[in-house]
Design a binder for this molecule. Structure first.
Ligand SMILES: Nc1ncnc2c1ncn2[C@@H]1O[C@H](COP(=O)(O)OP(=O)(O)OP(=O)(O)O)[C@@H](O)[C@H]1O
Ligand SMILES: [Mg+2]
Length: 256
């Protein structure tokens, strides 16, 4: 597909009229995502914001190729992440809500996982993992096991693991929600500057309005079952009053 004048470039992520139903024993069919359409373009940081149970993780799992939509299509870089799962190796990196480190591997061993799957030579992946741990302030802890690291450090290892693969698309499901205010704040800033510097596309799930403002250059508010209630660009030149108006509208949508 060519990106000529008047023609928009192919979105990195596209939901086209996606519905996801779950069968619940004894209860029948449950609708988690309802006729949702959404396009996410390269180089943007999209915060998906919604109350608990509105279908955020279900959307995340469909982008990551772990779940198949019931109706409609999800594409990532124009391809089906569920059916062509293997072709996304190294192109998509995920940071989960809890760090999901392997307890029997050291910090550096955990960062190396994705690089092993990409087939990098041992020395090369060791050096790469070391660079990312150092960049995230974990120099000196590379040989520590996860149980010996604090929650914030473990979360940083999982960010290092996601960035080390050099994937263009980062998918994050509330990675900082279990951390204290100050640590969360610092990691959010580091995250945004890394995504900017490396020109990645980020899809960031959150239920915090403040976090959505800190991370996103676009905020998509979801209602339950997942449908778009409000979709807004967060330009860096918004003044305080404009930000306040957006915040008020988001609150409105979330309490509706
Ligand atoms: N495998 C499943 N079987 C049945 N119902 C499911 C399944 N997965 C999710 N659901 C239901 O779908 C709805 C959306 O779940 P989802 O995990 O996507 O919500 P969420 O927005 O990520 O919530 P949270 O903010 O609490 O993480 C919930 O009501 C959940 O119970
Ligand atoms: Mg969730």
């Amino acid at each position: 597909m060519t990106a000529g004048p008047g023609r928009l470039e192919e979105p990195v992520v596209r939901f086209d009229r996606v519905t996801k139903l779950f069968e619940r024993p004894g209860e029948g069919t449950f609708r988690a995502v309802d006729d949702l359409s959404l396009e996410i373009h390269a180089g943007t940081r999209v915060a998906l914001l919604g109350k608990t149970g509105c279908g955020k993780s279900t959307m995340f799992n469909m982008i990551a190729g772990l779940l198949d939509p019931t109706e409609g299509t999800v594409t990532v870089n124009g391809r089906d992440p569920f059916r062509e799962f293997d072709s996304f190796r190294g192109k998509l990196a995920v940071v989960f809500q809890n760090d999901r480190l392997l307890p029997w591997r050291t910090a550096i061993g955990n960062v190396e996982i994705g690089l092993e799957m990409l087939g990098l030579a041992p020395q090369e992946r060791h050096d790469m993992a070391q660079r990312w741990l150092t960049q995230l302030g974990l120099g000196g802890h590379e040989n520590d096991y996860p149980h010996a690291l604090s929650g914030g450090m473990r979360q940083r290892v999982s960010i290092a693991r996601a960035f080390a693969t050099n994937a263009g698309l980062l998918l994050c499901d509330e990675p900082f929600s279990a951390l204290d205010e100050i640590t969360g704040q610092r990691l959010r800033e580091e995250f945004v500057s890394l995504v900017r510097e490396k020109r990645k596309t980020a899809v960031f799930i959150t239920h915090s309005i403040n976090e959505a403002f800190q991370i996103g250059d676009r905020i998509v508010v979801l209602k339950r079952p997942a449908r778009i209630a409000y979709d807004v660009k967060i330009s860096p030149d918004l003044d305080a009053a404009e930000k306040e108006a957006i915040r008020a509208r988001i609150l409105d949508e979330l309490s509706a």
